[in-house]
Design a protein around this ligand. Structure first.
Ligand code: G3P
Length: 220
């Protein structure tokens, strides 16, 4: 089980976080981090990062398919074999149907994988909680990749997402993400009732990765 508070770094498809660059970035996180971190690399990089670092690795996505005649999909069995401990589901950059989200959560539970359903507002966060994931991550799409942190721009909405998720299932943990850049953003997110953050560009695209890691950690 992932320790909280947690900082989840989504490598997305940034050139700074694929292949050897992704491995080096993960090693920097491993060397500098003292709190609970995990990374979500490109699928083809998962096995190498898992074998060469001790940071927990999540998939950015898993498809709702079973072994067999499927093409171009991410099979949960292959992701487990590569070493993932969990997965993001329904990220705003890879939106899924409700039935697919439900099927993926069920498959992950069967395999012992941690589940993080991403949601774009408090209502969808509450709906996601009904599927009993381990985490719901509230991420307003309009703030993703930008300079303003969700915890600064929408504190009342973050708090509402936490309240609505907990009203559905108090065991579901809440994260928030979008625009998170520093320890102040993380501290504010924790004050609003979340148990961690998802971030990408603020760390992956930084020229001072170690400095950003230390700053993010300063809040934990
Ligand atoms: O999954 C987290 C991601 O969507 C947030 O992106 O670049 O705003 O930290 P970013």
């Amino acid at each position: 089980m992932i320790e909280t508070p947690v900082i989840m770094v989504n490598y997305k498809t940034y050139s700074q976080s694929i292949g050897e660059s992704g491995l080096e970035l993960t090693k920097k996180i491993e060397n500098a981090a003292e709190a609970s971190w995990l990374v979500c690399p490109q699928p083809v990089d998962i096995r190498t990062i898992k074998e060469k670092t001790n940071i927990p690795v999540f998939s950015q996505h898993i498809d709702a398919v079973k072994p067999g005649s499927n093409t171009g999909h991410l099979l949960i069995d292959a992701m487990v074999d590569a070493g993932v401990e969990g997965t993001l589901i329904n990220h705003s950059e890879n939106r899924l149907k409700l039935s697919e989200i439900d099927e993926i959560v069920t498959m992950c539970k069967e395999k012992g994988l941690t589940t993080v359903i991403c949601a774009n507002n408090p209502a969808t966060s509450a709906a996601a909680a009904a599927l009993k994931p381990d985490f719901v991550a509230y991420e307003p799409p309009e703030l993703i990749g930008g300079d303003i942190s969700v915890s600064t721009a929408k504190p009342e909405v973050v708090r509402e997402a936490v309240e609505r998720v907990k009203a559905v299932d108090p065991d579901v943990k809440v994260l928030c993400g979008a625009g998170v850049k520093n320890g102040k953003d993380v501290k504010k997110a924790l004050e609003l009732g979340t148990e961690g953050v998802l971030l990408a560009s603020g760390l992956v695209k930084s020229d001072d990765v170690e400095g950003v890691i230390r700053d993010l950690e300063s809040s934990l």
